[in-house]
Design a protein around this ligand. Structure first.
Ligand SMILES: NC(=O)c1ccc[n+]([C@@H]2O[C@H](COP(=O)([O-])OP(=O)(O)OC[C@H]3O[C@@H](n4cnc5c(N)ncnc54)[C@H](OP(=O)(O)O)[C@@H]3O)[C@@H](O)[C@H]2O)c1
Length: 334
């Protein structure tokens, strides 16, 4: 079958290739993939900036598709069902934090950028009816990350004034949609006026260009500050976020795209009793709750662009350059 694998011996870091999957395990299902979607971790893998990398592994953590075969121990009723995959496994018993052997599909085990994918049957869920194949593929990883970050970690309330940073990001657009659906007043920041306009179109109350050196002053004068911030940039912008957080506010981080900060405004943090909270994806309960919430509130992932599997390199380049607004989808068999 055709697939995109990591190959760091090539200048482009990935390879469109043909490979055979191992024999289906007794507790596994085989899915014919309809669509897959990129997450920044796929790009981090391509750049060699992810832990435990192995060349030859199929990248990708998100997919929608149809079950075509089941292992001996799996209910045959799953055959022909339209499904999405929870890409995380082995979270463990503690809902506050994942166990050491927590894994995400697409590295170090085979992922979804392929014509077929094999996963344990407890990882699949019925595709929400209101989503088409591309939208359903865009949901899992970003959806559960934004959901846990806002609801479990950020404890979002309708009365909150919320800032979602980097609106163009695949997770961030879920953050905006989830936050808006609670009734909270939502603001965004972005590198692009066009992206900000898209966010305003969704119902955001305002937006700031984070490349504008005075964005924090503008944000404070327009909003008075934020009760809750969702961020994956970190780096030197960390102190800006501490500046625009209201006293007793919360900042939830789910990434560090801009690396670690060199300075840290600890004084403002402790004086204003700000809570800084880390977040990684979500456990099975978060995933189930996210799916239920998305279905009930008819939330539809914002799709940036759709590429064919053999044009995946273009899709990766788009993500590397930060051109996207929302999820980048790879259509595989439609
Ligand atoms: N902890 C977890 O479980 C988890 C889960 C998913 C993702 N992540 C991490 O979270 C990050 C985002 O992932 P993604 O898949 O959503 O990536 P993505 O779609 O590539 O989005 C990245 C976005 O970051 C924004 N950004 C860049 N520099 C920024 C800055 N200085 N301030 C604010 N925003 C900035 C950009 O927004 P604009 O385009 O609007 O400028 C860009 O679109 C990655 O580092 C990823 O590894 C972690």
């Amino acid at each position: 079958m055709k697939a995109i694998v990591l190959n760091r011996t090539l200048p482009e870091g990935i390879e469109f290739t043909d490979l055979t999957l191992p024999k289906l395990g007794s507790d596994e299902v085989k899915i014919k993939v309809k669509s897959a979607a990129l997450n920044h971790r796929d790009e981090w893998c391509r750049q060699g900036k992810y832990a435990n990398l192995h060349d030859g592994i199929i990248l990708g953590s998100d997919a929608s598709g149809i079950v075509v075969e089941v292992g001996k121990e799996v209910d045959p009723d799953w055959i022909e069902k339209e499904v999405i995959i929870n890409p995380a496994s082995d979270w463990g018993e503690n809902s506050n934090v994942q166990a050491k052997n927590f894994k995400i599909m697409g590295m170090p085990e085979h992922g979804t950028l392929a014509e077929y994918v094999q996963v344990k049957s407890d990882r699949i869920h019925l595709k929400p009816d209101h989503l088409n194949w591309d939208e359903a593929a865009a949901l899992p990883l970003g959806g559960v990350t934004a959901f846990r970050a806002l609801f479990r970690q950020g404890n979002i309330h309708a009365s909150d004034q919320v800032l979602i940073t980097g609106f163009g990001g695949g997770v961030a657009q879920f953050g905006v949609q989830f936050a808006l659906s609670t009734g909270a007043k939502v603001y965004i920041n972005s590198s692009s006026e066009e992206k900000i306009q898209k966010g305003l179109g969704l119902g955001c109350s305002g937006g700031f260009n984070y490349n504008d050196e005075s964005w924090t002053e503008k944000a404070i004068s327009q909003t008075g500050g934020f009760d809750l911030i969702l961020d994956s940039a970190m780096g030197e912008t960390l102190n800006n976020l501490i500046k625009v957080t209201k006293p007793a506010g919360r900042v939830v981080f789910y990434g560090a795209t801009r690396g670690n900060p060199t300075g840290f405004d600890g004084r403002r943090l402790f004086w204003n009793q700000i809570k800084m909270i880390g977040n990684t994806m979500g456990n099975d309960e978060d995933f189930g709750n996210m799916l239920e919430y998305v279905t009930k509130n008819k939330i539809t992932p914002l799709i940036d662009q759709v590429f064919d599997l053999d044009n995946s390199l273009e899709a990766f380049e788009r993500m590397k350059e930060g051109k996207q607004t929302g999820k980048i989808v790879i259509r595989i068999s439609q």
